[in-house]
Ligand binder design. Structure first.
Ligand SMILES: Cc1cc2nc3c(=O)[nH]c(=O)nc-3n(C[C@H](O)[C@H](O)[C@H](O)COP(=O)(O)O)c2cc1C
Length: 363
């Protein structure tokens, strides 16, 4: 039997996928006023439809969940209509697309908040560093700790966001529980000092994620819901006293809910510099029965090896998908890869967005 690699077909819940190369979620800050997806965004995603499946850029489930300019939402009718153009063009091109559901929590600023109130978080702890606002860079503010009685409303907004994603024609949703945003802030004890049922023990800190996941499953069914985690990540000033115990529990609890995939960032050099001892993926992989997606600085050789060894079922690529719209074909044929231009990552026009060329195939 031949070994599996990135180009062996696979199934994901109800879907048959043509390869195991996932387009990672990538914030590109190009939504129109009202945080509405545009026809240019539809073209961008269509160009990348040869991915095994696409995970969209992070998309706020409620206005309070925003922390950057021009990020799309999934809480208004116009946003649903905007996303319909995206899902339709991706489907016409034969692709599959999941929406990433997002709330930034403390990684915001009152300038982004309705009525300019403080951002919310599990505990009133400011992240170090600065936030980009339309008035320039500003120090992060100390967020307001959510009252226990406010939490059901946020979970309800995830449920409504999931329902809106269904109406917009997506194939599934990914819950963004990585990278130091609201759900991760509840998971890790550097940011969660709560004394109610959402803080303290690993079980209590995981409760917020699991309640959201159940609400989203109620809309979509577990076989079209994935969850993204960054167990080795320190981005956005994150820390935890025992990440291995925490994330082992989280992955097992997600397994018990039968979500279709767990999408893990494996961590970067920067995380190690920030003092994080990476949890070996081989200790986490056996804790989850269904599709396991890995990400962070993969290339074809590393991706093929992870799939062949059974460490990953699929591999997500981020920055390379920005500059190589036909990345699966380029990887498969060992074609040259175009390096991405980081100056056009966050906001702007079609430049550095939809003008990266696909390979010219000559007969
Ligand atoms: C421009 C840019 C935007 C990103 N936006 C998101 C996002 O919206 N949601 C998310 O979960 N990760 C986001 N990430 C992280 C990527 O999904 C991915 O984890 C990271 O780029 C590492 O993968 P790579 O080494 O293949 O680039 C972003 C990364 C970049 C470079």
């Amino acid at each position: 039997m031949t070994q599996k690699n990135l180009f062996t077909t696979c199934t994901l819940g109800p879907y048959q996928l043509s390869n195991r190369v996932v387009m990672a979620p990538l914030t590109r800050n190009r939504a129109a006023p009202g945080n509405i997806p545009t026809p240019l965004m539809a073209l961008y995603y269509k160009q990348r439809a040869s991915a095994g499946f696409i995970i969209t850029e992070a998309t706020q489930i409620m206005p309070e969940g925003q922390g950057y300019p021009n990020t799309p939402g999934i809480h208004s009718q116009q946003q649903i209509e905007g996303w319909k153009q995206v899902t339709q063009t991706v489907h016409e091109a034969g692709g599959k697309i999941f929406l990433q559901l997002w709330h930034v929590g403390r990684i915001s600023h009152s300038l982004y908040q309705p009525d300019h109130v403080l951002p919310v978080a599990p505990s009133a702890i400011a992240p170090s560093g600065q936030v980009y606002t339309l008035e320039g860079m500003k120090p992060y503010e100390t967020p307001r700790a959510l009252e226990t009685r406010e939490i059901p409303h946020i979970i309800e907004c995830y449920r409504i966001g999931a329902k809106n994603a269904l109406a917009a024609g997506f194939d599934g949703v990914e819950i963004h529980a990585a990278n130091g945003y609201l759900i991760d802030q509840f998971l890790q004890d550097g940011t969660n000092k709560r004394t109610d049922i959402y803080g303290g023990s690993v079980e209590n800190r995981t409760r917020f994620l699991l309640e959201i996941t159940q609400a989203v499953i109620d809309v979509w069914g577990a076989d079209r819901v994935g969850v993204r985690l960054s167990p080795n990540g320190t981005f956005n000033d994150m820390s935890d006293s025992n990440p291995r115990a925490l994330f082992s529990h989280v992955i097992q609890a997600l397994d018990a809910l039968h979500v279709v995939y767990v999408h893990l960032r494996t961590g970067t050099e920067a995380d190690i510099r920030h003092g994080r001892q990476p949890i070996p993926i081989k200790t986490l992989r056996p804790l989850f029965q269904r599709t396991f997606i890995l990400n962070d600085q993969f290339d074809r050789a590393k991706g093929d090896a992870a799939v062949a060894q059974g460490l990953a079922d699929m591999v997500a690529f981020g920055s390379l998908f920005i500059s190589n719209p036909d990345l699966p074909l380029r990887l498969q044929t060992n074609a040259p890869l175009i390096p991405p231009d980081s100056s056009t990552f966050y906001g702007g026009t079609e430049k550095g967005y939809t003008d990266y060329p696909a390979l010219q195939i000559t007969e």
